[in-house]
Design a protein around this ligand. Sequence first.
Ligand code: ZN
Length: 134
Amino acid sequence: MTEDDKRPPGEDDLRARLSAEQFQVTQNKGTERAFTGRYLHNKDLGVYTCVVCDAELFASDTKYDSGSGWPSFWLPLAGDSVVTHRDVSHGMVRTEVTCAHCGAHLGHVFQDGPQPTGLRYCVNSAALEFKKQD
Ligand SMILES: [Zn+2]
């Protein structure tokens, strides 16, 4: 293995592989416009993975319609698949959610979700891929 293999995918690789919106959301903490994401109304059974590194992040059975305009989940697939950070950008105090594996920005988590967690993981469709269950 060379030194190059150990480094995470470079910016040029990602720009080539991701759409402009996927790159902006995951690498520059962008936000897709509400009600435009391709997975907002997806109700198929399956697993949502990170568009950058393919890590499994959320399962369809914790997805719900929050009315926010972005795909919303009340629980990550595994407790350590996403990490949270305090985010004070844009004049708000929010909790940012990133992929634990590659650090891609996914969205934010809020405290107004349904039980049993009371959490709302508000995630950009552009940060996700969906693997439909057979
Ligand atoms: Zn990732």
